[in-house]
Design a protein around this ligand. Structure first.
Ligand code: 1HE
Length: 260
């Protein structure tokens, strides 16, 4: 499938960032198989000039999760393969070439939350609400949620969401770690683009290390983690770009750290 011609996921390149938009508002951006395939395709084939991506949803909601219309006739084997297809696609989001910032509003539920959890930064506006209705639908998460969501909020909070149907509003979601930023209604995309532009200005090797190495270190025993850290630290600081950036600071030509 050619992602640029799949009308329900649209990519727009703006300078060195790309904005990927789920564009199926009539179905609340429910994630059909072609949409998942298209997400995989887009993240595997980003233009080389793109240094960061913003992922957003058209309409009132970011994403209503799995397209439930596709679920009814699957047997166990098909269900397993379907989940593995989601894993492959969301792996390309998390472990692709560049950081991804999710701009969230309205429903971020089920597979929509799984997709958001694969992104590196989540910006939620005040209209956002987070839920995992799989529990009440008689199913389980299948898009990597049981691996990624507990890393954000802990297994007990995820179990609470699935057992009781608890819905976290934007403020509660930000407090427990489902989003790193909480912004006024209607401004998530704008803030996410600002962050993407900032991230796009970092050294690419540092961004790569933060995406690919940091989460692996977090999974390692401490002594392995310290060694991996030392290795990637040596690699990043030996890059000519790092030397230039440090020299610019020492010559007073680079920005200082500012109080927020
Ligand atoms: C859908 C879906 C969907 C809406 N699959 N068609 N996800 C859920 O269990 C969430 C289900 N959706 C909702 O709870 C609500 O739709 C929302 C809170 C997201 C939005 O409510 P609202 O009032 O704005 O919209 P609506 O009227 O409910 O839906 C508009 C249309 O979208 C309607 O279709 P229509 O033909 O009657 O207009 C809905 O049927 C359709 N629609 N959500 C299919 N999800 C990898 S495993 C992941 C497992 C999961 O994600 S399970 C959780 C699924």
């Amino acid at each position: 499938m050619n992602p640029s011609t799949h009308s329900e996921v649209v990519i727009e390149v703006r300078g060195n960032i790309a904005i990927v938009t789920l564009s199926r508002p009539a179905k609340r951006n429910a994630l059909s198989d072609p949409i998942i395939a298209s997400i995989q395709n887009i993240f595997e084939n980003l233009p080389d000039t793109v240094r960061a991506v913003v992922l957003t949803g058209q309409g009132e909601h970011f994403c209503a999760g799995l397209d439930l219309a596709e679920l009814s006739e699957r047997d166990a084997g098909q269900g397993l393969r379907h989940s593995r297809m989601w894993h492959a696609a969301l792996d390309r989001v998390q472990y692709g070439q560049v950081p991804v910032i999710a701009a969230l509003h309205g429903a971020v539920v089920g597979g929509g939350l799984e997709l958001a959890a694969a992104c590196h930064i989540r910006v939620a506006d005040e209209t956002t609400f987070f839920a995992l209705p799989e529990g009440s639908r008689g199913i389980f998460v299948g898009g990597g949620g049981s691996v990624r969501v507990p890393k954000l909020i802990g297994a007990s909070r995820m179990a609470d969401m699935m057992l009781t149907g608890r819905v976290h509003d934007a403020a509660s979601g930000e407090r427990i770690g489902l989003a790193q930023y909480l912004v006024k209604a209607g401004t998530a995309l704008e803030r996410a683009v600002e962050l993407a532009e900032k991230i796009a200005g970092n050294a690419p090797l540092t961004n790569y290390a933060l995406m690919h190495v940091l989460p692996r270190i977090a999974e390692q025993p401490a002594d392995h983690g310290f060694l991996t850290e030392a290795l990637i630290s040596g690699i990043t600081q030996s890059a000519p770009e790092a030397k230039e950036r440090v020299r610019a600071f020492l010559q007073g030509k680079a920005q200082k750290v500012q109080r927020s």
